[in-house]
Design a protein. Structure first.
Length: 258
């Protein structure tokens, strides 16, 4: 009986090692070339992720070599401003495991020009919606990407218009105009100077206390908000008088007919 027990023990050990060997063979360790990582660290990846209650979630991520990651999302047609969060990442094989506060997200490297958003099971989305989870490397930024006119409101009654004009290097002119079709005497227009930052956002300094008017751009819109200053304390010179010009909110880009 002892020899039968020994044979069973040896057989069990052999099966166990065979199973481990097979498992390791099915999941080989992935090595990412440093050149590929350098490309990822110097690029921005963009896409529009499916949304259950809006047309889509515009997503932009940038992964840095200091183990930080920034993520900007914008829920289309929700009348909400874009949100940017900075988190940290760990690389597990070809997967960046990103942590933003208590939220964990996973991005899979698929080459030089794209990254996939995958689930917590690390599996790629398949089927008709697979392409909607791809984040492509963004094309190089050009000044003309953000120049032009944008509007908010009812163009038959009350509305605001922003016109962005590039002047030199990272400097722009921004004209803010408020229109009232029923009372043209209340129309108001002012021109301000803006500077483009590394995130391709325009900043307009408003006072000595670092108050700032910021313009953030998404695919078809410009979003205007105040930083470090209360909206009701920001005044603009308009027709030789100081008055509050309602400018914050989201503006749709007027498409050129040329």
């Amino acid at each position: 009986m002892h020899w039968i027990k020994n044979i069973l023990t040896v057989s069990f050990v052999a099966v166990t090692f065979a199973g481990c060997f097979k498992k390791d063979k099915e999941k080989p360790v992935v090595f990412i070339q440093p050149a590929l990582l350098d490309t990822i660290f110097s690029s921005t990846y963009e896409g529009t992720i499916p949304c259950p209650d809006c047309p889509g979630i515009e997503t932009s991520i940038r992964i840095y070599n200091d183990s930080t990651i920034s993520r900007t999302i914008y829920y289309q047609e929700r009348k909400e401003l874009p949100i940017t969060k900075v988190g940290t990442w760990k690389l597990r094989d070809s997967i960046f495991e990103a942590t933003f506060d208590r939220e964990k997200l996973f991005y899979k490297i698929k080459g030089l020009d794209k990254i996939l958003r995958v689930g917590s099971d690390l599996k790629e989305v398949t089927g008709d919606m697979a392409s909607q989870y791809v984040l492509h490397k963004a094309v190089p930024f050009k000044f003309r990407n953000i120049t032009g006119s944008y509007y908010a409101g009812d163009t038959l009654n009350l509305y605001n218009r922003i016109t962005v004009e590039h002047t030199v290097k990272e400097r722009f002119n921004v004209q803010l105009t408020h229109y009232n079709k029923l009372d043209s005497l209340t129309n108001c227009s002012t021109k301000l100077e803006a500077t483009l930052d590394k995130g391709h956002q325009l900043n307009i300094p408003l006072n000595k206390d670092k108050g700032n008017l910021k313009i953030i751009f998404t695919k078809k819109e410009a979003h205007v908000l105040f930083e470090n200053i209360a909206a009701d304390s920001a005044f603009f010179k308009c027709k030789d008088s100081l008055r509050t010009l309602p400018v914050t909110g989201s503006y749709k880009k007027i498409q050129s007919t040329h």
